[in-house]
Design a protein around this ligand. Structure first.
Ligand SMILES: [Mn+2]
Length: 323
């Protein structure tokens, strides 16, 4: 806490006390966790203080995170969005899902660094916003990319590249789930021999894009026809609609090119990525086959490389635990 960038020592002491009290009883309200009226008032004054914001509070932690990253051969910078709701609103409503509380809903999109063995190295930044009142579908049609929520994924990748530039001896990999399947992100991640600051990315595919060099077949069709490089076994936990099991996955990989036609004055472009497709070879009766279609800018020239990437993607689950 000493390293938080706050304007004076009194604020640092107060922040330290508030964090101690809230972390000791994280499920309590602020007055209950604070214990006394004086501490409660002081906590609210700190939150209202215009000279204190989340970036300042996180600053010392981020610098400690950067120091921990320095020794790691591989750093997985996982980004993901979580919904934060006003707890008072939920209590007033009784049973319900977080998504029902529209007006009290905030979105938080942090980037959390993990080592290859899944040690949490710390949080490196976040975006925090509230959705506008208009319906999302309408906004999507009229807004340029920068104004859409998808922009946060590109900023997360920029952060991974900044980290890669700081730590040339560490392989930094930006990891994202299907929401991060954004064409502009693949363009941003193109390696160029002259620029060594491109971080790796590992993104689960959502869109069944057309593949240019595959007789106009789609991504899934193309990968299903690639030869099996090998098999990997993963243990999966039980979730709604899915039984716990050790699954054997067939692993395939191919480099594919996606074209994009000219639109809104932007030139036509194409981008080449490598797909790693892991699919359960013999799904249990009545269960859908477990599968991951992962897209990356990292080389996958043999089975072990593909298997390693699948392991890195599984580490993404750690951010759900963090949330
Ligand atoms: Mn997500």
């Amino acid at each position: 806490m000493d390293r938080a960038s706050l304007p004076d020592a009194r604020l640092k002491r107060r922040l330290s006390r508030v964090l101690e009290q809230l972390s000791a009883q994280p499920t309590e309200s602020i007055p209950a966790a604070s214990g006394t009226w004086a501490d409660t008032k002081a906590a609210y004054r700190l939150f209202d203080n215009d000279r204190v914001d989340a970036v300042d509070i996180l600053d010392g932690h981020s610098r400690a995170t950067l120091r921990r990253i320095a020794g790691e051969p591989v750093v997985l910078l996982v980004q993901d969005t979580t919904f934060l709701s006003d707890i008072r609103d939920l209590q007033g409503r009784g049973v319900g899902t977080l998504r029902l509380t529209k007006r009290a809903e905030y979105l938080l999109h942090p980037s959390v660094a993990f080592s290859e063995s899944r040690v949490n190295l710390g949080v490196l930044g976040h975006h925090f916003w509230q959705r506008p009142a208009e319906r999302a579908g309408r906004r999507r049609a009229v807004c340029p990319l920068e104004e859409k929520e998808s922009h946060r994924w590109l900023l997360g990748y920029d952060m991974a590249c900044a980290l890669q530039a700081l730590h040339p001896d560490t392989r930094v990999v930006s990891v994202a789930d299907r929401e991060g399947d954004i064409y502009e992100g693949f363009l941003a991640g193109e390696f160029d021999e002259r620029v060594s600051d491109r971080a790796g990315y590992l993104i689960r595919a959502q869109h069944d894009r057309r593949v240019a060099q595959s007789a106009n077949r789609s991504l899934w069709e193309t990968l299903a026809q690639a030869p099996v490089l090998g098999q990997t076994r993963v243990s999966i936990t039980q979730r709604p609609g899915r039984r716990a099991r050790v699954a054997t996955l067939n692993v395939r990989s191919r480099t594919v090119t996606f074209h994009r036609t000219r639109r809104r004055g932007r030139p036509a472009t194409s981008v080449t990525v490598t797909a790693v497709y892991a699919r359960e070879s013999q799904p249990l009766a009545g269960e859908t086959a477990l599968e991951w279609m992962l897209l990356t800018n990292l080389p996958v020239d043999h089975f072990a490389a593909a298997q390693r990437l699948i392991g890195w993607y599984q580490a993404r689950w750690e951010i759900e635990i963090y949330h």
